[in-house]
Design a protein around this ligand. Structure first.
Ligand code: NAI
Ligand code: 15L
Length: 269
């Protein structure tokens, strides 16, 4: 497969989209930007909702691949999640199918498996095929996205790498994030690997840096050629001093999904 050059980046106005707009062009990608929110200084960005099928048709025309980040990124009512994350992702896959776009990188989430107990030190890492245990309607919508990707691979030969992202922010800000942090640089490395690996079919991977306190198994991500360069450990002393070690009596500390399993942060719109 020739390496993709023009890549549609949905969710380009968001936190992760903004980080990737900064980092992915260095890999040679030409990004076409799409988001419901306008992006200052980007007059060519497509400002449209994932419900707008005509805008999606235009957005996918002529691109080699898609990185799909757009959607509700926290918990919300089922109706809102249905429209943005479930129907929105379906609309995008339909447009990609009609336009013959061969590969998508789908921003899935650790919240597909959020109720899974985190491993104690010395226990095996959580494998990629651990049973789904979504912790929210949000996590459930990411399970849908992964299954939609599988269906479009089986039906149409459309390839997807579903990346169950841990926490991708400039720095880890909680003790939990010491285990699941994906540095922006490693996220760009992982997306690049996902865009360029040969014959991925539908592959699901966890997305994290090479954290000393990692909870899950990065084998499928490494199988794409991903070589993480960062480790959250440099932040551990400070965060543990501020927040304390995980409390084994607190379910928000003992499950992968953290507070999403007890008191999920709500989408503010
Ligand atoms: P974000 O909330 O900062 O950005 C999401 C973007 O999607 C926003 O710019 C918003 O305007 C856009 N959007 C929402 N609904 C839309 C719709 N119906 N049509 C068009 N655009 C729409 O989220 P963030 O952190 O940038 O995450 C990006 C993606 O990665 C999301 O899908 C999120 O679920 C996923 N993810 C992110 C993680 C992280 O640590 N940042 C962890 C796991 C998954
Ligand atoms: C997610 O899926 C969210 O989109 C992101 O905002 C973080 O909360 C992350 O998970 C997390 O689990 O820390």
């Amino acid at each position: 497969m020739p390496a993709p050059r023009t890549v549609l980046l949905t969710g380009a106005a968001g936190g992760l989209g903004t980080l990737m707009r900064g980092l992915l062009p260095a890999y040679g990608y030409e990004l076409r930007l799409f988001d419901a929110t306008p992006i200052e200084g980007e007059p060519d960005a497509i400002t449209a909702d994932l419900a707008d099928k005509a805008a999606l048709r235009e957005a996918v025309t002529g691109v080699d691949a898609i990185i799909h980040l757009a959607g509700i990124s926290l918990e919300a009512s089922f109706d809102k999640i249905l429209r943005a994350n479930i129907e929105g992702t379906y609309n995008l896959y339909e447009a990609a199918h009609a336009a013959g776009v061969r590969r998508t990188v789908f921003a899935s989430s650790n919240h597909t498996v959020g109720f899974t107990p985190r491993p104690e030190p010395g226990e095996p890492l959580i494998p990629i095929d651990t049973p789904r245990r979504p912790d929210t309607f949000y996590g459930l919508s990411k399970c849908f996205g992964e299954d939609l990707a599988q269906l479009y691979w089986e039906l149409h030969g459309q390839e997807t790498v579903s990346v169950r992202i841990g926490s991708c922010f400039l720095e880890p800000t909680t003790v939990r994030m010491l285990s699941i942090w994906l540095s922006p640089g490693d996220c760009a490395r992982l997306f690049h690997a996902a865009l360029t690996a040969e014959d991925v079919g539908h592959t699901t991977v966890y997305g994290s840096s090479a954290n000393t306190r990692l909870w899950w198994d990065l084998t499928t991500a490494r199988g794409l050629g991903y070589e993480p360069q960062d480790d959250s450990e440099q932040y551990a002393e400070k965060l543990i001093a501020e927040q304390g070690e995980a409390d084994p009596a607190n379910p928000a500390h003992t499950r992968l999904g953290g507070a999403f399993t007890t008191d999920p942060p709500q989408w503010p719109y």
